[in-house]
Design a protein around this ligand. Sequence first.
Ligand code: GLC
Ligand code: CA
Length: 546
Amino acid sequence: MPLSKDALWYKDAIIYQVHVRTFHDSNGDGIGDFQGLEKKLDYLQELGISAIWLMPFFPSPLRDDGYDIADYNGVHSSYGTLEDFRKLLEAAHERGIRVIIEMVLNHTSDQHPWFQEARSSRENPRRDWYVWSDTDARYKGARIIFLDTETSNWAWDPISKSFYWHRFFSHQPDLNYDNPAVREQMWNVMKFWLDMGVDAFRLDAVPYLVEREDTNCENLPETHNILKELRRKLDEQFTGRMLLAEANQWPADLRPYFGEGDEFHMAFHFPLMPRMFMGLKLEDRKPITEILQQTPEIPPSCQWSLFLRNHDELTLEMVTDMERDYMYDMYAENKTMRLNLGIRRRLAPLLNNDRRRVELMNGMLMSLPGTPIIYYGDEIGMGDNISLGDRNGVRTPMQWSGGKNGGFSGAEAERLCAPLIQDPVYGYPAVNVLAQRESEHSLLRWMQRIVTVRRSTGVFGRGSIEFLHAANHRILAYLRRLGKEAVLVVNNLSNSAQAVELDLQRYKGNILIEMFGNNIFPRVGELPYLLTMGPYQFYWFRLRRV
Ligand code: GLC
Ligand code: CA
């Protein structure tokens, strides 16, 4: 299958987020690698996804799993060579799968030669590539993000006897974006990968590029100017490439990242995600409808990206204090499940391994406006390991089979980069790709199905949304429309059977075709349209005038 030629390909995409390190080990050293991932592209093609997003694979001391980069123009030797990466890219493209890579603009590792030079003396020409100060009292308005590990955004450098600025771990010094040489260098880095053929970047931690006194140092106009400049260069020199913003912000602050269609093509909808979990627990559509109603319109070439889980904690930064308490009580009763302002758990355990809830959440992921991202392993209902520190509990090796090391690696278990999940419910003997491929009713087979149905129409990726305000607030119903096409989505957020009456007068005379089975439901008449729904059930209907 060739790559689609459409420059707006990201609007119809289904993205799979994968960590090279933990996906598949081809040479038996216990660490996943490019060749291992390449061998599994058939699996991803079968799942139906159309893009992969790779977590950082650059040379790195791996103190933040690769988000601490020591060289932007290479690959970590554990994962293979640059040539291996090129082959992976080519093999993905041959299958019609686009490749999104990570670009960490905000900071480097303290092991990066730039920082080594910058700290070597106050006179070093690279000194100004980072943000230095004689006191730790500047920029007091900036919050601390890694609350559980850091006490300040300033760290002391004993070599040059001054403080340097860092928004994340203290071993991740922030680059100084006021310096034009830094901006130019980072574009050169992006160009290096674009020239090789990568399709897109997830730009990490973009709100924090520039700092100014008496602000919270987030989303500053100066930061937006820098991002727009990168976009301008991208558009001048390349076609069909995409920039995806990681900006964990409220909808009103997120909106400027799209600019007038001249900044990012896509941005994660961070505030929506926790509210989907809240709606489910409260058995009420309000948290979801409310946040989507507060979500501003975005330019036609832009797109939200939606997700249920990723490699980080389920962040609760974009909720109120009360909502956060509720989320902690409901989803992280055990305190070790909490990290910074979030919950470090995977999808299946968050939903008590309830297949109906897992399906419903994926159903919403695939039918709300935006491009869905599936986090590796969630398509088979993998669990987590909260005894591993930081966010490592949700980054355990992919479970391919019930055999040795779950089919991830041929290495001795002690040499694995991370232990496999072993518990009786989520362990690899019980939850693995091989078994789920064989079983017609597995989650994996169901995920393949929903991906196929989603891809059968452009309405989910490109259509408008309109909520239907049924009296029964346990039901979340919306119309997705694109041109002449209309799809009605009805979700029962509750744990019990429900009836709902929907006002479909506008579609009087239409029939409803249930999209998973292609069965015809009664024609819309004079009366409100009545549906009965089992616990956590959802429907996707095509509306058709016949
Ligand atoms: C982003 C990444 C996270 C990383 C941080 C610092 O938030 O998602 O994993 O730790 O940036 O680079
Ligand atoms: Ca390996």
